[in-house]
Design a protein around this ligand. Structure first.
Ligand SMILES: [Zn+2]
Ligand SMILES: [Zn+2]
Length: 166
């Protein structure tokens, strides 16, 4: 039981921090993630950790960092749950980019994902095509607050520009 709680919590917290403190701000203020993650002509290999492009590795590393912050704490409660979370997180990164190799999620799996609010490759592809859509790398329920957060940061950016243009 403890194992499952630790696994789910690590993934929940990791995706939360990654979405709200890296992914959304990157879309508002940065160019880095957009270039690397949303660029055209991306092959599946580019997304995989095997990529030799240091920028892709850095983007992946920054995005993955939030998953590692709580590892020392989680480890004390359940090493198995911690390892499981990292394996599942890693697996999900590769799987959600499988659309590039024309992967189609079987209906039964897609249905389970919908029940559990888990992002499918089809849903994540929407985000690659339109950066306003489908936030939440792992969990779909982060999308709505992520858009609100994005709007807030965009307003902030605009206000800052107005002030600095005076
Ligand atoms: Zn992606
Ligand atoms: Zn993005």
């Amino acid at each position: 039981m403890q194992t499952i709680v630790v696994t789910v919590l690590l993934l929940l917290i990791g995706d939360f921090l990654s979405t709200f403190f890296y992914h959304v701000p990157e879309h508002v203020f940065g160019k880095f993630h957009t270039l690397v993650h949303h660029g055209k002509n991306r092959s599946f290999i580019h997304y995989a950790v095997l990529s030799h492009n240091p920028l892709v590795i850095l983007d992946g590393f920054l995005g993955a960092l939030p998953y590692f912050i709580f590892v020392p704490y989680a480890w004390k409660i359940s090493p198995t749950g911690t390892i499981l979370a990292l394996i599942l997180g890693e697996f999900h990164v590769i799987w959600r980019h499988a659309s590039i190799i024309n992967w189609q999620t079987p209906k039964a799996i897609a249905f389970c994902c919908q029940l559990l609010f888990i992002t499918t490759p089809e849903r994540h592809l929407q985000h690659h095509q339109n950066a306003q859509l489908a936030y939440g790398d792992i969990f779909t329920f982060y999308h709505v607050p992520a858009i609100a957060w994005m709007q807030f940061l965009l307003n902030l950016k605009q206000k800052y520009r107005q002030i600095s243009n005076r």
